[in-house]
Design a protein around this ligand. Sequence first.
Ligand code: R5P
Length: 292
Amino acid sequence: MTTFTVISEKASEDLAKKLSKKIRAKYIKSELTVFPDGESKITISSKPKKGSIIIVQSTFPPVDSNLIRALTLISKAKQYSPNVIAVIPYLGYARQDQEFLPGEIITIKVIANLFKASGASKIIVVDIHSKIALNQFKITSKNVSAVPNLVNYFKKLQLKEPLVVSPDLGGASRAKEFAKHFGTKYITLKKQRDRKTGKVLIKSSDLKEVKGRDLVLVDDMISTGGSIIKAAQFLKKQKCKRVFVACTHALLMNNAEKKIRKAGVSQIISANTIPGNTALVDVSGIIAKAIV
Ligand code: R5P
C-alpha cells in the first residue's frame, strides 16, 4: 500500500487537510514569507514520510504567486520522493489554450512544461476550463468533475420546476451533466464575448419555457461575473422565478458577488477549490478517489 504525505501552503490549507484525512496521509503545512518585492519563500514544517507526496495548491489570485508557490513546493517534494502528485484544484491559465487572436500565446503550454520541469509526475485538476488545455501536459493528468457534488447541494433546496441553464454553448456538456444528475432538462444560451474588450452579450431569442420556473445557471468559473450577470438579466426578463448559480471556481473578481446579486441571482454556490463564502461544496472526496 502506498504511503502518502500531503503538503500545502495557505491557499489550499483547508482542502489539503480534508484530503489528508480522507486518504489517511500525514499532513505537512508550510510557512510562507513574502519579501517586500513580492518574492515568495516557502519552508515546509517537517520531513515527509517515505512514499508519494501530494502538493495541494490552487492558483487563484494572486495567480502567478500561487503558481510559483505550487512549483517550488513540487520541487521540494521531489527531493524526498520520485512520485510527486500536483493537486491543483483551480488551475489558472487554462483559458489561454489557443491562439484566438494573432500574436496571442498558448500560455497553458508553458505552465504545463513548468509542472513537469519542477518534478510533478501527475497532475489532478478539478473542472479544468478546457480539455484542450489538459492535453498540453506531458505528464499523467486527470480532470475530476465537481458537478455531482454541486448537484447534491441543489437537491437539498426546494426548487420550483427547476431547469438547468448554460450561459454559453461551450458550457453545454457541463449543463447536460448537471441536468442528468439533477433529473431535469437543460437549455443553452447564446453568448457572444468581444475577444478584445471582454464584453458579453446574450444573443438568445425569447424563451417561453423558463417562465415561472427556478433556474440553475451552471458554469465552470466566475471571474468578473460578466457572463452570469448578462445571463441572469436575460432570464429575469423572460419572467423566470428565481435564478441560482452553480459553479466550480468562484473567483468573483472586482465585487462580482455583489453585482451578480444585484442582477437578481438568489444564491451562488461554488466548490472549495477556491475558498470563500460561496464555497459550500467540498471536493476533497472526489480528489481522494482520483488519488487512491
Ligand atoms: C467562459 O467560457 C467560462 O466558462 C466562463 O463563463 C467565464 O470565464 C467567466 O468569466 P466572467 O465571469 O468574467 O464572465
